[in-house]
Design a protein around this ligand. Sequence first.
Ligand code: RM4
Ligand code: MN
Ligand code: MN
Length: 430
Amino acid sequence: MTDPTNPQFIRDSNAQALAAHQADYDALGAQLQRLGRDIESVVDAVSRFAVAIPSWGVGTGGTRFARFPGPGEPRNVYEKLEDCAVIQALTRATPAVSLHLPWDRTGDYAQLREVASGLGLAFDAMNSNTFQDQTGQPHSYKFGSITHTDRATREQAIAHNIDCIQAGKQLGSRALTLWVGDGANFPGQHHLTRAFERYLESAKQIYAALPPDWTLLLEHKMYEPAFYASVIQDWGTSLLAAQSLGPQARCLVDLGHHAPNVNIEMIVARLIYAGKLGGFHFNDSKYGDDDLDAGSIEPFRLFLVFDQLVDAQYRRVSSFSPAYMLDQSHNVTDPIESLMSSAIELQRAFAQALLVDREALSQHQHSNDVLLAAQTLKRAFTLDVHPILCEARRRRGGAIDPIHTYRRSGYRAARAQARPAVAGSGSGIV
Ligand code: RM4
Ligand code: MN
Ligand code: MN
């Protein structure tokens, strides 16, 4: 194996692609210049774009039916960081990792932080887990966690979230993402209002434990594991909760957590308006799954979400700095490859959104020129910004072609040797 994070290896790999890349880049630069756009400023913005990797994403996921482990899966949080470092070295778009406790629990967070920073990685939002029971846990989450009818169970779930904040403080994280699977499978199973009241009461206690510079990200999800009524099922409930908790609480939009055909870019626009857009879990979905690779099914929708984000920047919306994270489960691909290509899909949507002619769009909107307004967006979406993405990576020491470079390194085969599978490995979601 060649170390895929080795700068010389990346440069050598880039050398083979450089001439073709340069020709494509120059051609796109000339095309954009004719449109009155400067390619350099887009490269610059794209090279500063960052999205956090979910630690659970580097393992192979699974479905309700089975999990098919992949070769060389990381067996603990340190090995997950090794894989994240490969993604970052090749894409230069993923400098931080989002941890999930207790999956990533370790005795010494100061040491973990040091190892991560040696690998060029920092820590993004912490994620708590009260949707599974852990061995030895006194109270079960079968019927809920922070909304449970039983006070002791709620207190246990609250304490776990506070633990996540404590661990996050040592890691340099500044946010806690609160997603709970709590809800009902049958009408009548729980009291729709009282369950929400219990959520608020518990979330208040978690909120009170936040350091002043932290954000509490409230994540909604329409269904699963609760199939009839999730307590925090949509952005309206999430916004209501964030508003009643206070300024440090904001809403997190996981792209996979909506009913099919829901207009997610409108949700984003409304949350921006309310000053409550806290961040994203990027992924894609077709039917009921919430964890397909970003941009793999609906790239236009991803673009329209980024269009709202760029529009907010363009309008200089105050205190606008959403946290970007991926949240995916890879069942049939090499997770490293899926995460690299997903990060790149986000950059693609971002670059396209940056290229929207916002002045023209605004004029067409004012004069009700529907066709030209729609075409203004489509024009940006159909631009092939691939050379911009390659150039942004190359300038930061990343790979012109991350997937090809990764495969050439032989990393996965070497990990398969070095990491024999262990029973009950903490990788992936089942
Ligand atoms: C949930 C949700 C959470 C993630 C878990 C693993 O569907 O997306 O963000 O932490 O899955
Ligand atoms: Mn999520
Ligand atoms: Mn999800």
